[in-house]
Design a protein around this ligand. Structure first.
Ligand code: BGC
Length: 248
């Protein structure tokens, strides 16, 4: 089944049509900068613009950077506070006239990595972390997602972890890889204390620098770079929509 996958992020809104049987992209990936302010109507307009550019008629799966419960945003850490309480799925459906399913962006990326990327065939507890504007997390136990874990917001040294350890924080503070790796290591150890994962997959925008920092970090779990790079969010959102649609 073909589904339009959308990934709403703090700096860009990305989309492509995905063949959910094999995760292949059937169109190019298009990106439109996230509007400012990123209010619900402004963002939904951009999603509508993407739908028009693809001349898309059909199912939409959308990753969104917040806690998403049955389509409704329950938090707004790196997005406009007006989103809290908004039914994101209904809003996009209203703007695009196409049936839409919405989930947390890191959960979407995690689904793609588990089905087609670095998590393929991995059982036990798999923790997928995305490092970008914030830190996103997705947890799978024997392949099944435990949604909305929000581990980017655990407290480290009295601060929200993503404020110290996201890729945005690394860039803003101009941290060397050595300095940044110390923060990352502290974060990994805290996560291992909390959930003792068997595998940790590192993803998000930062993953393109894997060779600059992977030798500086260690874990009891097996660690891997994400395979699907910046397409994971789009592909995972599409797969999620297809799976929900197929449910009786
Ligand atoms: C949000 C998460 C999101 C992550 C990555 C965090 O600030 O709370 O919901 O998954 O950023 O975008």
């Amino acid at each position: 089944m073909d589904v339009l996958g959308i990934d709403i992020g703090g700096s860009g809104i990305k989309g492509a049509v995905v063949d959910c049987d094999n995760g292949a992209l059937l169109t190019e990936r298009k990106r439109i900068p996230t509007p400012e302010p990123a209010t619900p109507d402004n963002v939904a307009d951009v999603v509508q613009q993407l739908v028009q550019e693809f001349a898309w008629k059909g199912l939409i799966g959308c990753g969104f950077p917040a806690v998403v419960h049955n389509g409704v945003a329950w938090s707004a850490a790196n997005i406009d506070p007006q989103w809290v309480g908004v039914n994101v799925a209904d809003l996009i459906q209203k703007h695009t006239q196409q049936k839409t399913y919405v989930l947390n962006d890191a959960d979407a990326a995690g689904i793609a990595e588990m089905r087609l990327g670095a998590g393929l065939g991995k059982n036990g507890t798999v923790l997928v972390l995305t490092f970008g504007t914030g830190i996103g997390s997705a947890v799978f136990v024997d392949g099944k997602l435990f949604p909305n874990t929000e581990f980017g917001h655990i407290e480290i040294r009295g601060k929200d972890a993503e404020k110290r350890t996201s890729d945005y924080a690394r860039q803003k503070k101009e941290l060397s890889w050595e300095k940044y790796a110390l923060r990352l290591q502290e974060y990994i150890e805290k996560m291992e204390q909390l959930i003792s994962p068997d595998h940790i997959i590192f993803g998000g925008g930062m993953i393109k620098y894997w060779d600059s920092f992977s030798m500086l970090i260690h874990a009891r779990a097996e660690i891997y770079p994400a395979k699907l790079q910046n397409l994971a969010g789009i592909i995972g959102a599409a797969i999620y929509a297809q799976e929900l649609e197929a449910k009786p």
